[in-house]
Design a protein around this ligand. Structure first.
Ligand code: ATP
Length: 302
């Protein structure tokens, strides 16, 4: 029987996103605090006849999600299968990738990155000899700046491009309401806008780290920082009204998630998050989520 492995890919928010200067390699120096959220995609890799390493990718007609080698999940399989081959492994069957999106595409929630991380875990489970964790790490960092975080999840301090991670102690569960936009925002476009703006980067996360250790949601809400928000709001001014609507509905704090356009609202408890999502749902798609959540993981087969 064809072997099949499913894995879960969790979204993220940045509780702090400090954007430093543009480096010579074209990336910005970041100081960021990631929190993984319960919101997720599910990927299933199934061994099939055909040419590999990836025979096909099915995103169920989602028009924004590429179904070829532009998809980060596809590229994750290519890279891990190349590692297997370079290490003397036998030829492997091709895989078909089934991708069920729950994370908005181009929404500032690292959806594509999380899919890559979950695919690395799933494909690794199909290898006759699994790659060690450090190989997954290296491939993750090659695939994109947010992929290493989505591999491990929880709450992490990210530096460099965001790929150098240090676990942070975080107490308690955080309740979020999320408002999705109909149309995504391109992360490079938001960085481009930011580079034209006069600004002072916020690179100190010490106070936020203390608030997360104590689990004080009010302090965390007060300290949330996103240097990309001004640029995202400048490209999509209507997001300001979304943030105001969520805060009016009872959220402690509303922010643009990463490069946007998803808006994330930190709430005092699960009931308030449901009320805020209900109110935001009058204007567009909205949901609730909790954090921190795990990194990408393989689902136990039933
Ligand atoms: P980040 O928060 O890491 O900046 P994002 O969440 O804003 O990313 P993604 O959902 O990763 O953005 O999508 C950005 C682009 O990447 C999409 O417009 C799409 O063309 C491409 N893409 C590649 N792989 C995927 C995938 N698995 N799911 C969705 N989009 C993907």
């Amino acid at each position: 029987m064809a072997r099949s492995v499913s894995a879960i890919a969790h979204a993220k928010v940045n509780l702090h996103l400090g954007v430093g200067p543009l480096r010579e390699d074209g990336y910005h120096e970041l100081v960021t605090v990631f929190q993984s959220l319960s919101l997720h995609d599910e990927l299933t890799l199934t061994e099939v006849d055909g040419e590999g390493p990836v025979a096909s990718l099915d995103a169920h007609g989602n028009p924004e999600v590429p179904e070829d080698d532009r998809n980060l999940a596809w590229r994750a399989v290519e890279k891990l299968s190349a590692w297997h081959r370079d290490n003397g492994g036998d030829a492997l069957p091709a895989v078909a990738i089934d991708l069920l999106k729950g994370i908005p595409t181009a929404g500032g929630m690292a959806g594509g990155s999380a899919d890559a991380a979950a695919t690395l875990r799933a494909y690794n489970a199909l290898l006759p000899v699994a790659a060690p964790e450090e190989v997954l790490w290296r491939i993750a960092a090659e695939l994109g700046s947010d992929v290493p975080f989505t591999l491990v999840g929880e709450t992490q301090l990210g530096t460099g491009r965001g790929e150098n991670l240090t676990p942070m102690l975080s107490t308690g569960t955080y309740h979020w309401a999320l408002a999705f936009a109909k149309e995504g925002l391109s992360t490079p476009a938001v960085f481009g806008k930011l580079d034209q703006m006069e600004r002072t980067p916020h690179l100190d996360t010490a106070e936020l780290a203390a608030a997360l250790r104590s689990g004080d949601v009010h302090q965390v809400a007060r300290l949330i920082t996103n240097d990309m928000q001004a640029a995202a709001l400048s490209l999509r001014p209507q997001l300001r009204r979304t943030i105001e609507a969520g805060e009016r509905a009872g959220a402690l704090r509303g922010i643009v998630s990463g490069s946007g356009p998803t808006c994330a609202f930190l709430c005092e408890d699960a009931e308030t998050a449901a009320e805020v999502a209900g109110e935001l749902g009058l204007y567009g798609k909205a949901t609730t989520a909790t954090g921190p959540a795990r990194g990408a993981y393989v689902k136990e087969s039933k």
